[in-house]
Design a protein around this ligand. Structure first.
Ligand SMILES: [Zn+2]
Length: 608
């Protein structure tokens, strides 16, 4: 397919049919913030250029107005009252907020090319009616003025979090919803996942001079506006200016008591750490930079380069939450926990900040892949002995496999394809997105081998960096990398709750030196089989039984593993002829390393 790409990957197709053409929207924000720390409110003047790179004519626009979620009887509040297992951080707290504690956006006006536009505020979505349509491949100037109030800290953003950080400024501005090949994604905010348009931000924050401000992007002030020169008395507001290029969100935080440590990497990129030094946990924060430097080398080698000039670890929020070029994490933690959350949130710079999936639709592609990467990075740090009590684990995902199998067999799971907001319980969402999501990579390792998957993850990064990959895009890269067909796996894994269950019987002697082994597929989810035989002399023999639907076998299985004939997916039975007599065999097992979500492991093993 021939494509001609312009700003923000607007792509025209010169040869292929329109359906084959990838495109994505672009946006540029210049946001002036005048912050009143007495009232916890701020006035915003927001200028934007929206690039409609789609083939469609747009008659309306939608903005996220996230802070409106923090009001009694908002969708987020009602959801928290009606879901079986509310997030404890939210619970019934929103219902109890007073008018000075809620969050809101009060819109003065929205203009396009200097003409005021009509709009409706529909909870956390602002529905804007354009007076003139936006044609395909054209741009529109927009301007918004509004007043916002940051609520007391409930979830992610807010003021005065439990660790005393004054302002955690996430989801704080009117953010244009994304419009992609599926149309608008104007999802009401109920406290879960995000999706945004690739763009550039310039944010000017006028604030009480006692505050230190941390943010997405690179600070571009001239003069002495920095955390080191903050004033001890109130006075004329200082203006902080941050610019971020090629990101899809912007976060900031402010506190008078932040200590800021800047750590320079060998290539000139910087890591910044903002925390409240008076706590005893400051000692852990002092150890963090060198550990993150070591971790980054491993992360870049396995998942691709981190391409931004800086990254900030900011104490704030209510746990850990990822944003472009920065994270908000709670900071009163042991070193082990602080490193774990820092690695997890930073890994989100790959899985969703550079590989910008629609998290609402594919939470497993960001939370899951991030959790996988976190686990193997932590394992690497364990090998380096950098953290007391952190032990190397030869099979770091076995616990997740067991946890998932317990959940799906006892409670019942929902397919990964359920929209993140619409899972019936927080638990079902959490286990699908994080646990089953991370196992996606493990299952692929089982099907394709570790090396192929490792290559595939890098290919995925280079093919989809700064774009919006979906589930199929990911599996296509894995197919192209391995030359193995994976559509069957994608369909069972993502769109169903079918279960994997294979069993083996007792080997039967036929001739003196041969045993016949009967295998059975009991579950409806077909998989290839890794089979291990240990003989009387403790010699290990590995076999791989491909599934017919794979069509090819990954190169990883060409060496130590004997590849047997393919198992047709329709057939529940399969026979293996082993070059041993029964009495020479000490043990036979299916999936010996506990990689698949086989729901009954007792029938996976035979011993005399
Ligand atoms: Zn995460």
């Amino acid at each position: 397919m021939n494509k001609l790409c312009i700003l923000f990957l607007a792509c025209f197709c010169t040869m292929a049919s329109a359906q084959d053409c990838y495109w994505q929207q672009g946006v540029e924000y210049v946001i002036d913030v005048d912050f009143d720390t007495e009232k916890h409110q701020y006035e915003i003047d927001q200028k934007m250029i929206f690039h409609n790179n789609s083939p469609d004519t747009l008659k309306e626009l939608f903005f996220h107005a996230f802070l409106n979620a923090f009001q009694p009887y908002s969708d987020m509040d009602i959801r928290s009252h009606t879901i079986a297992d509310p997030d404890r951080r939210v619970g019934k707290r929103i219902r109890a907020l007073t008018s000075s504690e809620i969050g809101f956006h009060e819109i003065h006006w929205i203009k396009s090319e200097n003409k005021k536009l009509d709009f409706n505020v529909e909870g956390t979505i602002v529905h804007v009616f354009l007076d003139q349509v936006i044609l395909p491949h054209s741009s529109k100037n927009l301007q918004l003025q509004y007043k916002s109030q940051i609520p007391i800290q409930i979830r992610r953003n807010g003021r005065n979090n439990s660790e005393g950080i004054d302002y955690s400024m996430a989801q704080w501005y009117l953010k244009l919803c994304n419009y992609d090949k599926e149309g608008w994604h104007a999802d009401p905010y109920i406290g879960r996942e995000f999706y945004g348009i690739w763009g550039n931000y310039k944010v000017n924050i006028k604030m009480d001079p006692r505050y230190c401000v941390a943010a997405t992007g690179v600070q571009s002030n001239s003069g002495d506006v920095n955390c080191e020169s903050k004033s001890s008395k109130p006075g004329k507001a200082k203006e902080w200016i941050f610019e971020a290029k090629n990101v899809h969100d912007f976060v900031w935080a402010a506190d008078p008591d932040y200590t800021r440590d800047v750590y320079s990497l060998a290539d000139g990129r910087t890591l910044q750490f903002y925390y409240q030094a008076k706590e005893k946990y400051a000692d852990q924060w002092k150890k963090l930079p060198a550990i993150m430097d070591t971790a980054l080398r491993f992360m870049e080698q396995h998942f691709g380069p981190y391409t931004y000039p800086t990254y900030s670890f900011i104490q704030g929020g209510d746990g850990g939450m990822e944003y472009p070029m920065a994270t908000l994490i709670t900071g009163n933690r042991s070193l082990h926990s602080l490193v774990g959350v820092s690695i997890h949130e930073w890994m989100h710079s790959w899985y969703q900040m550079m590989l910008a999936t629609n998290e609402s639709k594919y939470a497993w592609m960001d939370e899951g892949f991030t959790s996988y990467a976190e686990a193997i990075t932590m394992n690497y740090l364990a090998q380096k002995n950098l953290i007391d009590g952190l032990k190397y684990d030869e099979f770091p995902f076995q616990e997740s496999v067991i946890q998932w199998v317990n959940f799906c067999t006892n409670i019942g799971d929902e397919p990964l394809s359920v929209h993140a907001d619409h899972f019936k319980s927080n638990r079902a969402y959490g286990l699908a997105a994080y646990t089953k999501g991370s196992l996606t990579i493990l299952e692929l390792e089982y099907i394709l081998g570790k090396e192929s998957v490792s290559k595939g993850l890098l290919n995925y990064y280079y093919a989809w960096r700064y774009k919006h990959p979906d589930a199929n895009d990911f599996f296509r890269v894995m197919e192209k990398t391995s030359n193995v067909e994976l559509d069957w796996f994608r369909d069972y894994w993502v769109y169903t709750t079918d279960q994997v269950d294979y069993s083996l019987g007792e080997p039967r002697d036929t001739l003196k030196t041969l045993a016949v082994l009967d295998l059975k597929r009991i579950g409806t989810f077909p998989m290839p089989i890794q089979l291990r035989v240990i003989d009387n002399k403790d010699k290990v023999y590995q076999y791989f039984i491909p599934l017919d639907l794979m069509r090819n076998i990954s190169q990883d299985f060409s060496k130590e593993i004997k590849v047997l004939k393919a198992w047709n997916w329709v057939n529940p039975d399969y026979q293996v002829l082993l070059p041993f007599s029964k009495d020479q065999i000490k043990e036979i097992s299916i999936d010996p390393d506990v990689m698949t979500i086989d729901v009954d492991r007792e029938n996976n093993i035979w011993k005399p």
